[in-house]
Design a binder for this molecule. Structure first.
Ligand SMILES: Cc1cc2nc3c(=O)[nH]c(=O)nc-3n(C[C@H](O)[C@H](O)[C@H](O)COP(=O)(O)O)c2cc1C
Ligand code: SF4
Length: 426
């Protein structure tokens, strides 16, 4: 098939070998908030598998921005491990980027140094957390943390950073009227709600200088009534373009309110509850109210395309499409409609060699069925595609029993997983 996917293109100071980027997707492979060999191996594998750039998932710019165990914390001590990772990626001919962010009201006190702050002290049912309202000093300090994170990323050998300004993380919490109830210069009007984002981006661009590519992942829509909608997101995109960022990743959804808007489909809440074995709040909440908390949303291939095209019409900077890409045909369509790059998460969790297999003609479509098991188990430090675990009745048993039963019924397992894949497909 004739496709622009395998042609090189520029993103900031970099020329990528093709148009594919591995999207930031939490690997859960950072015990002690540090790099593990598993994390290095995974990014080496997707790089060897053909992507032009791989993005290491969410790294907190400070301890107060940590929301999970096994999540990266971008600090001096993490640099040597990250350097090994970027060396491995470069050896395979890819570039390495890292997503930097702060989670605000989603901070988990047991790992965030007891801190949890947000634009406003609004209860977060998913935590549960009741964050304190950020002071101006705290706002300034997080802005500085973003700049420091860029410098540490450079030291660790990264070619690019992706600022997380979507999905209901801290910048997105400032942008959204749902979470920003402030009455000062950071709240109410659009200009005020975008102030924190602009301050962060100015700090990031200053630190990035001429050698680091900066992209921003932002929401098209928050995904619920009362959240950010297209009229404002187009203006947010314009602001980011005027600040000189090199590209935008267009996504959507709000983890603490509309999580399925990000990935679509249904969350296998039984698996998630089992994976959250130590969480005394979320485990029962998921068991009893799972499908209410994580309201399913229908999946269609390229589900953000219609909204993303509205941003394409309004802006000229490089745009990176993400969301539900599983086939060569749809990737070709998206690139043909003016997006310079595509980001892919689940098809590369399913098979790190997805891009090379498309290139060689071995496949034209991923085997990923958007069943979202990989998300359900990522909190347990086991982010994996369930088509590749040899565990019988994966969603009925506890993760601790997986290894002991894994060798017994591999065939039954595959059938069971296929069955649950279908059941969870929307
Ligand atoms: C297991 C998993 C973890 C994710 N973690 C992150 C994350 O840390 N940061 C982020 O911005 N998006 C995260 N996402 C969302 C993806 O980056 C992407 O936006 C979404 O999955 C849609 O792309 P896809 O259809 O190619 O999977 C995650 C997705 C998955 C499947
Ligand atoms: S098939 Fe399911 S578990 Fe595997 S990558 Fe796709 S969504 Fe994740």
């Amino acid at each position: 098939m004739d496709t622009p996917l395998f042609t090189p293109a520029k993103l900031g100071p970099l020329t990528l070998r093709n148009r594919s980027i591995r999207a930031a997707a939490f690997e859960g492979m950072s015990p002690g908030h540090m790099v593990s060999d598993d994390l290095i191996d995974y990014h080496r594998a997707v790089s060897a598998g053909g992507v032009a750039m791989t993005t290491v998932a969410y790294a907190a710019v400070s301890q107060s921005g940590l929301s999970f165990d096994h999540q990266l914390w971008l600090r001096k001590e993490a640099v040597p491990g990250l350097k090994k990772l970027t060396d491995a990626v470069h050896a395979e001919g890819s570039f390495a980027a890292i997503q930097i962010g702060h989670c605000g009201l989603m901070a988990k006190k047991s790992v965030s140094g007891g801190l949890c702050f947000a634009p406003s002290g609004k209860f977060n049912l998913y935590g549960p957390t009741w964050p304190k309202t950020m002071t101006r000093e705290e706002i300034k300090s997080v802005v500085t943390d973003f700049g420091r994170a860029v410098n540490l990323s450079r030291e660790a050998g990264f070619d690019g950073v992706e600022v997380h300004a979507g999905h209901g993380y801290l910048i997105s919490q400032f942008l959204s009227l749902y979470t920003n109830k402030r009455k000062d210069e950071y709240g109410e009007s659009f200009e005020n709600r975008t102030r924190f984002m602009r301050e962060v981006i100015q700090e990031v661009m200053k630190a990035a200088g001429k050698d680091i590519t900066v992209v921003v992942k932002m929401n098209l829509r928050d995904g619920f009534h009362g959240g950010m909608e297209m009229d404002e997101s187009i203006e947010v995109a314009r602001l980011l373009e005027s600040e000189g960022v090199h590209g935008l990743v267009l996504s959507g959804g709000f983890v603490s309110k509309a999580p399925m808007h990000v990935m679509r489909g249904r969350m296998p809440v039984d698996v998630m509850a089992a994976a959250l074995k130590k969480d005394k709040w979320m485990k029962p909440m998921l068991k009893w109210f799972g499908s209410m908390l994580m309201k399913p949303e229908p999946f269609s291939e390229g589900y953000f395309l219609e909204d993303a095209l509205k941003v394409r019409d309004a802006l000229t900077l490089p745009l990176i499409y993400v969301g539900g890409l599983v086939s060569l045909e749809k990737i070709g369509e998206v690139l043909g409609k003016g997006f310079e790059f595509v980001q892919i998460a689940r098809a590369l969790i399913n098979d790190p060699a997805f891009i090379n297999k498309l290139k060689s003609g071995e496949i034209t479509r991923s085997d990923c069925k958007h069943s979202n098991y990989c998300i359900a188990v990522m909190y347990s430090g086991k982010m994996k595609c369930f088509q590749h675990v040899t565990t019988p009745y994966a969603c009925l048993i506890k993760p601790s029993k997986w290894s002991s039963t894994s060798s017994i019924f591999p065939t039954v397992t595959k059938c069971a997983i296929r069955f649950f894949d279908t059941r969870n497909t929307l």
